[in-house]
Design a protein around this ligand. Sequence first.
Ligand code: ADP
Length: 712
Amino acid sequence: MAQKKTTPAKQKVAGAAAAPAAEKKTTAAAKKAAPVAEKTAPAAQKATAAEKTAVTEKAEPAKKPVAAEKTAPAAKKPAAAEKAAPAAKKPAAAEKAVPAGKKPAAAEKTETAAKKPAAAEKAKPTAKKAAAAEKAEPVASKTTVKKTKPAAKKAAPAAEAEKPAKSADKPAAPVTEAPKPAEEKAAPAPAEVKPEAVESAPAEPVEPAQTEEVQPVEQAPEEPHYDTPRRSVAFIGSECHPFVKTGGLGDVMYALPRELVKQNCDVRVILPRYACIPQKYQDKMIYRGEFYMDLGKTGRNYYVGIMEYVWDGVVYDFIDNQEFFSAGNPYISLVDDIPKYCFFSKAALAALNYMNWIPDVIHCHDWQAALVPVYLHTFFQDTPVGHAKTVLTIHNLRFQGIYNIPTIQYWTGLPDEVFNMGALKQDYEDANMLKGGLAYADRITTVSYTYAQEIQTPEYGEKLDAHLRYHNYKLRGIVNGIDYGMWNPATDPALAVNYDITNVLDHKMENKRALQEELGLVQDEGKFVIGLISRLTNQKGLDLVNAIVPDLMDGNTQVVVLGTGDKQYEDTFRYYENAYRGMFCACIQYDESRAHRIYAGADALLVPSRFEPCGLTQLNAMHYGTLPIVRETGGLKDTVQPYNVFDGEGNGFTFDRYDAGLLLDAVNRAKTEYFVNRYHWDEVVQRDMAKDVSWANSARQYKDLYLELTPW
Ligand code: ADP
């Protein structure tokens, strides 16, 4: 259970300073800690260059030469650090680091993995430089409200921390024995908490891309279900609505913790404090503390600030470091993102130790937080947070955090033994952060039952299918839900007219007319309006949509697309908007509020994804009485039961193979019901609105999983 903070002045940042010594330690114990490589030699896991690009779709694929340049720590130093450092020496260090990165692409590619660390080594700042940089580290920003800077906090060597009691179900982790804590060796300079932090103005926050934000309607907090034992859970992830969201992960990080509070959980969500978090939230954060933490082989101590915001029973702790989080967007390119999330994952664990809030379970999300279980079983094993069990949720297997081994070794400092084929090693030259996390986590979940099965096949496994089959004893699918506070047509402030199941048939028409007016479409409530709200990427089946648009546009059908993404799709939809004026609308933007109005005003919503881990848009649509037309894959298959014309059962229209003809057929079946059999259509509208797509059921399953891991 969570241990509450008692005497802040005596707090120790156990584990924070563990890295350097641990990386030196290549003992037999460390070897044991690394999971054994699967017997099935993952020949299929070797990625070609082209395949690698596919894997890193979300965070743009990084060019390795650039990576080498970026990994040079001197080049990474913030402007402030440069000023504070011995002026003449710093640029020289940077200079040294650059040539490796300047090599022509071809030459760089052929460079052996063994050569790269040497380059990194050269770039290593000296102890002096690190000290200088330390002084210049960014400090708590002006948004700091509470300045409870502890007088003399020292980050104690973790050896002083109490030994974790190994639980009986430890074998769930692939680790039989963790590497000896670094602190047992001559400890490096402890990660000292700087009490005399100076205030400095934060980087100007950049507003996120969304144009309007829909606030959840305040609801009376529900009483927790005390019939289930209390557990404390730390969520660690890279995005969370309403602070920062690029897709479904942001929704889950927002809604699931709130629901878990109702399931008698004590929840803390740990996020990066990106500069793009809207100022109104930055203003509400209070300063919780700060410390310095070493990172990998950088030879530097990095500032870690903790800014806190408590909202509806959930505590949000934002990890502050302007050097890593000052960009306008959470994801930039892998060159920046790999170091950023190596830092974030370690800082999150160190922050838990620092706050002396030790959760029963640490629930981490996607590749950005996948190193958490790896760090936990290495550097943090014998620190207080080492008690915690870990759950790693895959929200989208396509994004894995793959980069060359020397770079990831450099930024993490993890021992060589962790870079084997059973854990982080992807192939001859690359390491895969998600793969490592999957190996070390106590449980793996993904966001639907079907996706949990699919990812164990070569077709959907993104080259990790063998790895996932090996670990499938700890893999489980739990479908997502939606937050009824945020998604409720009866109270939604974004809608022209609110409605519920009793008056949906009348009021949906009014919302349709308002939507047509807003988007410049022909205003006619007799038209069949199809919505598509999506990231415009290859995953979402947009080539199928593009192929059938001319067949859809029969004069009675209107199409509304809302999304941003790949230029080719953006341009194609713009072309169709021009070709079918008044009947086709392409909103190439991210607009939360407009999304709500499309869910309310459209008759049907298209989700023809190539693969879909869970999908939230079909759930939102059903809850707003808009019938989904989906491909039977992943969570779409689990949440949309196909409409059966004979018995009238079902929630929407589906097709199975990835084929444009089948998509067109599904849309035509929907149109037939709409135009010819409206009575049945309306029945399905009401049935979908009544369907329970809330988080309650899923949160209970997560709670059961936590209890399974912590059976005391
Ligand atoms: P993914 O996580 O793969 O992007 P999901 O269906 O799981 O897809 O979640 C998408 C979420 O993002 C939904 O809440 C959807 O309403 C929202 N969304 C997607 N694109 C946009 C957009 N352009 N504007 C507003 N909201 C969007």
